[in-house]
Ligand binder design. Structure first.
Ligand code: NCD
Length: 328
């Protein structure tokens, strides 16, 4: 296991599967009534959030507490950032108060990497600009495995699963992290977007498409992403209505998917834009499961980063995890 989790290129297949298997075991133990474990008792986890967040911040918070850690939360709004303090100085200040892991969200790509060079503790990228969001990709992989495993198609990884990521690929850190991780796990990933929202060169071994209706029947997983309006300084499509007409996943479009296909989105969703309410609330949708799975996946990441190699379970076939060594 590595010292930090900064991007999905740091995760080889074995490590990614170890995280997913550990998360599965933690979620099963939680479901069986072990609501609080002692794996991180006495550790301090700091949320260092310079950008807005609902799910990711609260999910890391819940994950750390589920493992018995204490959580300190820093939000840029209301802090000395307004007085001119730098990211590094703020992080060193928090480190001086004693922290074992920093969970960093920042609008600048590379901010967590910068902190990883100066801090002694583990750094987890909780979203850096349009760059990466590795724990989101891990929880998405976990959700795909959990949902599609029932079809009997899958082993430990996602070999052969056809995933279509739709919409604002250019500005989405979720798209980038998912493209890297899902390909590492054996999935076949397509990105489907207007020409203006697709990077000119696709670096991650994925295929690019512009016609959503054509691709939908070929997917096991469809992932419509929110238009990242906060990262846009000009018009990338004529109007919201035009976007919805061509790229919005409504019931008629979703009906083109194979019966077993799932629809997932990281949230927050703008209903009526990238996804209609009818699809978001349909049985295909995994939106709520993704949030629940996120807590277990983030707990697994924290456990493996802070407790080290001796606690890593042997990689096994999905659904047949080895015993997770416990400190309590
Ligand atoms: C995403 C993010 O912040 O990158 N949200 C999340 O973490 N669940 C996606 C988004 O904001 O659209």
């Amino acid at each position: 296991m590595m010292q930090h989790l900064l991007g999905c290129e740091d995760l080889d297949r074995t490590t990614a599967i170890q995280i997913l298997d550990t998360a599965l075991e933690l979620s099963q133990r939680h479901a069986a009534g072990e609501r609080k474990l002692d794996l991180l008792r006495g550790r301090i986890i700091t949320n260092l959030f310079y950008e807005d967040s609902t799910r990711t911040r609260l999910s890391f918070d819940a994950a750390a507490k589920r493992l018995g850690a204490d959580v300190v939360t820093f939000t840029a709004k209301g802090s000395s950032v307004s007085k001119g303090e730098s990211l590094v100085d703020t992080a060193l200040t928090l480190q001086a108060m004693g922290m074992d892991a920093a969970l960093v969200r920042h609008s600048a790509a590379g901010a967590p990497h910068r902190l990883a060079r100066v801090l002694d503790c583990a750094v987890v990228n909780a979203g850096d600009g349009a760059h990466q969001h590795p724990t989101q990709a891990l929880l998405d992989a976990f959700t795909i495995r959990a949902r599609l495993h029932g079809t009997g198609q899958l082993g430990a990884d996602l070999t052969g699963v056809r995933v279509g990521i739709v919409g604002d690929i250019l500005h989405s850190r979720v798209a980038h992290s998912n493209a890297i991780l899902l390909v590492t796990l054996g999935a076949r990933v397509s990105v489907i977007a207007p020409p203006t929202l697709l990077p000119r060169r696709l670096p991650w071994n994925v295929t690019g498409h512009h016609d959503l209706d054509e691709v939908l029947p070929e997917l096991d997983v469809c992932m419509p992403l929110r238009v990242q309006a906060e990262r846009m300084n000009s018009a990338y499509f004529p109007s919201a209505a035009e976007y919805v007409r061509q790229w919005g996943l409504d019931a008629a479009r979703a009906a083109r998917l194979p019966d077993h296909a799932i629809v997932m989105t990281p949230g927050p969703t703008v209903r009526g834009m990238e996804i209609s309410s009818e699809v978001a609330d349909s049985p295909r949708s995994t939106i709520v499961e993704q949030v629940a799975n996120g807590v277990s996946v983030r707990a697994a990441v924290l456990h493996l980063l802070l407790n080290g190699e001796q606690f890593v379970p042997q990689p096994t076939a999905f659904g047949n995890v080895s015993h997770l060594a416990m400190s309590s």
